[in-house]
Design a protein around this ligand. Structure first.
Ligand code: F6P
Length: 368
């Protein structure tokens, strides 16, 4: 058995743990040859691969980043304006691979699905700090990112309280609010603004003024993809050479400017950025990524190609890549973190978002 592994798209903590999980399981159980593909699909385009030995994957479980490197600019169907997908399929055959285990987000899964039409076999492993992949309840990298964001909120709480300020923390998460929601709940934020519920500026101002009277300061977590009602997402860069050419960023400062015209309290903004993606994975992500990696090896061993590993109701399973491709999983209204936060008076910037606890029945809400 000869199996390639690649890591594509933005990196996240836990990638090395997952690579180790796949490689060690396949080597230990089947004596498989494992080939590391460098920098995601770029390695397939530029023919940069190397055999992985046990020594290569030793001591990487707790390391951030990815030992294989990654790229979110390598689309074989549009590589510098050229379609090199046939060339990639030829290289796959040249390498004599049975399958490639591809670790990525929705962009990578979409590429795998499209490339599988060229006769290549793939098994997908979901990873992204954004936790926004369809078909799975969780992705590794998310827990570590939430830990970092929650710790940052803890720190903003104490300095915000000391100075009686409005503290805004902008998190990543692209078009989904998972990181902001979980970190906001874990860090006891007063307000959590996420893309799923466009915020009403009057409501944000109302909460701040109310807090000023009650406890003198306010902590707001805002996801980079959040928008004002009737407004647009705030972008940092457009036209990036990547399958998703939009880079979000700056909505925290945008909100700060809006608030400064409406309130007297001082407002400060922190943009967390790539700190959420780097560094050692949390113990949860180490275990989760290892298990997901070993499960991906089982899909390879049983030749269940064209599928991505998923977690559903705490069980490992898999879905067809085509079900994941071109989709995003956002925060649903029946998410318990959302429902719980609303029931405790956390504002999501939408005065119409209400919860009636007495109406909740067993099974109505879902843990995330
Ligand atoms: O998808 C992961 C992610 O970190 C998003 O949360 C963020 O919007 C984006 O990637 C940033 O991408 P880049 O590293 O290219 O700036």
């Amino acid at each position: 058995m000869r199996v390639g592994i690649l890591t594509g798209g933005g990196d996240c903590s836990g990638l090395n743990a997952a690579v180790r999980g796949v490689a060690k399981s396949l080597m230990h159980q089947y004596g498989a040859e494992v080939i590391g593909i460098e920098e995601g699909f770029l390695g397939m385009i530029e023919k940069r691969t190397r055999p992985l030995s046990l020594e290569d994957i030793d001591g990487i479980l707790d390391k951030g980043g990815t030992l294989l490197g990654t790229s979110n600019r390598a689309n074989p169907f549009d590589f510098g304006g050229k379609d090199v997908s046939d060339q990639v399929a030829e290289y796959y055959n040249e390498l004599g691979l049975d399958c490639i285990v591809s670790m990525g987000g929705d962009g990578s899964m979409t590429l795998c699905y499209e490339m599988s039409k060229k006769g290549m076999n793939f098994v997908g492993v979901p990873k992204t700090i954004d936790n926004d992949l369809t078909g799975t309840d969780r992705t590794f990298g998310f827990d570590t990112a939430v830990n970092i964001a929650a710790e940052s909120i803890d720190r903003l709480q104490t300095t915000g309280k000391s100075h009686k300020r409005v503290m805004i923390l902008e998190t990543m998460g692209r078009y989904a609010g998972w990181i902001a929601l979980h970190a906001g709940v874990a860090g006891a934020a007063d307000m959590i603004l996420i893309p799923e519920f466009p915020y009403d500026l009057d409501e944000v101002v109302r909460v701040i003024k109310d807090n000023e009277k009650k406890k003198s300061y306010t902590v707001i977590v805002i996801a980079e993809g959040a928008t004002q009602k009737g407004g647009h997402m705030v972008t940092d860069k457009v036209g990036v050479d990547a399958p998703d050419p939009i880079r979000l960023g700056g909505v925290g400062r945008f909100l700060q400017t809006q608030l400064e015209e409406r309130i007297d309290q001082e407002v400060r903004t922190t943009i967390l950025g790539h700190i959420q993606r780097g560094g050692a994975p949390s113990p949860f992500d180490r275990i989760f990524a290892t298990n997901v990696g070993a499960y991906a090896a089982s899909l390879v061993a049983s030749k269940r190609y064209g599928r991505m590993v998923t977690v559903s109701n705490n069980h490992l399973s898999s879905v067809l890549l085509e079900e994941v491709a071109h989709n995003t999983r956002t925060v649903p209204k029946d998410d318990m973190s959302l429902v719980g936060a609303v029931s405790m008076g956390v504002s999501f910037g939408d005065p119409n978002l209400k919860v009636s606890l007495s109406d909740l029945k067993d099974g109505d809400v879902k843990m995330s």
